[in-house]
Design a protein around this ligand. Structure first.
Ligand code: PAN
Ligand code: ZN
Length: 185
């Protein structure tokens, strides 16, 4: 019997070593309508990479799981921290786990009833994203925020449900910290 070398993930930064790893970069230019201050967004370079997702390939059938890492750069658009687009799952009952590995930030959860919660993301933090809950990572720190995620391959992404209003809560820099502001009722 022989043994195989599995893919490796560096748990201090979430970087994978695997021949067939898939990577997707999201630029500031592709995040139109996401940040609160459109003038500040327009004044910044569109080609700037705000976050990169790397994940292991997996067959997208019922019961299977994806694993991947989001690397979210530090930065702001105006006073608002860099963040992921955020989504409900296409199959909204599908849950997910996030694990903080590097950097400091927040996980914004918007529940089915519209209530929002913020969880502190830091190395070692474990985040259960329940069914029917939209989620977004926010980098409130000065270094890259990296979070590992595990989610069902059938979950999919639904970016439309949150539009046009977006999440009910936004997070802005205040002094050396942050403040959250409700956007609408
Ligand atoms: C993550 C996210 C990743 C990028 O893998 O897809 O952080 O965020 P957006 O998809 O909102 O741009 C995940 O939650 N998958 O389900
Ligand atoms: Zn998700």
């Amino acid at each position: 019997l022989t043994s195989i070398i599995p893919p490796q993930v560096n748990l201090t930064d979430g970087c994978f070593t695997a021949p067939d790893i898939q990577r997707k970069s999201t630029t500031l230019g592709s995040l139109a309508g996401i940040f609160a201050d459109p003038a500040a967004w327009r004044a910044m370079p569109a080609e700037l990479a705000v976050y990169q997702v790397e994940m292991l390939p997996c067959e997208q059938r019922e019961g299977e799981l994806f694993v991947g890492t989001t690397h979210l750069q530090p930065g702001r658009v105006g006073n608002e921290f860099f963040m992921t687009r955020g989504h409900f799952h296409q199959r909204p009952e599908q849950a997910e786990f996030y694990f903080g590995l590097r950097g400091q930030g927040l996980l914004l959860l918007q529940h089915r009833d519209g209530a929002c919660t913020l969880e502190q993301v830091a190395p070692g933090s474990v985040h259960h994203i329940p069914s029917f809950t939209a989620h977004r990572l926010i980098n409130t720190g000065t270094e890259v925020l990296s979070a590992l995620a595990v989610w069902p391959t059938v979950a999919g992404h639904n970016y439309d449900t949150l539009q046009p209003q977006g999440f009910k809560l936004r997070v802005f820099a205040e002094g050396n910290g942050w403040k959250a502001e409700a956007q609408y009722e």
